[in-house]
Design a protein around this ligand. Structure first.
Ligand SMILES: [Zn+2]
Length: 386
């Protein structure tokens, strides 16, 4: 476990969670490190939300945990206080008997000789629970897991004992499977954790939240027969590979809303008219979509964002006789960029769309200006069969 790793030149960081049932709002967390021989200095800085109670092999130097350079057992045990009480409500909750959380932030620094060590991060739960591979979504407590595997992804639906799912798991899997295939844009995490959070168990700040590469929670009362299905919306986020800059927030949320609506129409959960009504929202009409500073509300990325995304998909389809659509642009962004802003989006359009000048002009007009794009009335324009 926590000792020199002689076999491989890897640096291994394990985060281990467990419930502290004596206290709500606080969970137990441990950080374990395995250092290869090549490393001769190592230190780590943890989130302020973590209070270390026992340190092995480390000394505290002004908030940084510094390896004493002789110990082979490197471990920090502590208490992690979840920031539950935002004005909108909670995004992570510890109710004592169960918790939904994410891994606290940590940044480590090291010096080495010879071969550069590769950092391997792991996350696990002790005493009941499950974590997404990157630790960005973690459930602690009594639960059941239903798995559904396909050739590209292993979908894991987590049903906490304190949840009461209103949809059938099979219906949720069908919706996510369909969306997974329709969005052939790459960016597949091999495993996706989908937690049904108990709606009545906390004052939640959202209907769902995706975090990291491969996990999200959605409230157990969320339905599939709604235009902006939270189950599909949060799943769509897991397929957005680049870190998007503020100039792309309209795409991050707009595409999650748009493809949730489009896939729900394809699945027959909602009618085209209901989907189109959801997409043609005219909230915050004066906002310049690519510039969040011009928005009247932070929800503009969801409202005008989804209308612009929908209209742009139709514009690209119309321009290319349905041979290219917005998924092709997204696939390019997923493949090419770790971080992407509006300029990278324009580059993707130029490369992916044949004879792109009219589409670029359209995009510049509606994303850099205040005018709201018209939304076509014909389902075929959205690539939908009549
Ligand atoms: Zn979202």
């Amino acid at each position: 476990m926590n000792r020199y790793n002689n076999t491989y030149p890897d640096l291994i960081q394990n985060v281990v969670f467990s419930l502290d049932e004596s206290d709500t709002g606080i969970i137990d967390v441990s950080f374990e490190y395995e250092l290869p021989r090549s490393i001769f200095k190592f230190e780590t800085k943890l989130s302020d939300a973590v209070n270390i109670t026992t340190a092995s092999g480390f000394v505290n130097n002004d908030g940084r945990w510094v390896w004493d350079q002789s110990s082979t057992e490197l471990k920090l045990d502590g208490k992690y206080r979840l920031s539950e009480n935002t004005s909108e409500g909670a995004y992570y909750v510890d109710a004592g008997e169960w918790a939904i959380t994410n891994a606290p932030s940590q940044s480590s620094d090291w010096r080495y000789r010879g071969l550069k060590p590769k950092l391997i991060k792991n996350c696990r739960v002790e005493g009941g629970g499950i974590a997404s591979p990157d630790g960005a979504v973690v459930f602690l407590g009594e639960h059941e897991v239903i798995e559904n595997s396909n050739p590209v992804q292993n979908l894991m639906l987590v049903l906490p004992a304190a949840s009461d799912l209103v949809e059938l798991p099979s219906e949720i899997f069908e919706a996510i499977e369909h969306t997974s295939q329709y969005l052939d844009v790459g960016g597949y995490g091999g495993e996706v954790l989908m937690i049904a959070a108990g709606s009545d168990e906390a004052r939640w700040g959202a209907l769902g939240l995706q975090s990291g590469n491969s996990g999200f929670w959605t409230l157990d009362r969320c339905r599939l027969n709604q235009p902006g299905s939270t189950w599909i919306h949060e799943y769509v986020h897991t397929r957005q590979t680049p870190t998007f800059e503020p100039s792309m927030e309209w795409f991050t949320e707009g595409s999650a809303c748009y493809y949730a609506a489009l896939c729900s129409i394809q699945l027959g959960h909602i009618s085209f008219a209901e989907g189109r009504e959801f997409l043609k929202t005219s909230v915050d009409p004066d906002a310049v979509v690519r510039n969040p500073e011009t928005w009247n509300t932070t929800s503009t990325k969801y409202t005008k964002g989804r209308r612009v995304v929908a209209a742009l998909d139709c514009k690209i389809r119309d321009h290319t006789n349905n041979s290219t659509d917005l998924r092709d642009v997204w696939r390019f962004l997923n493949r090419r960029y770790e971080t992407a802003g509006y300029d990278e989006f324009l580059t993707a359009l130029r490369i992916v769309v044949p004879s792109p000048s009219k589409v670029i002009k359209w995009t510049d007009h509606y994303l850099n200006g205040t005018e709201t794009p018209p939304l076509p009335r014909d389902p075929a324009t959205f690539g939908l069969a009549q």
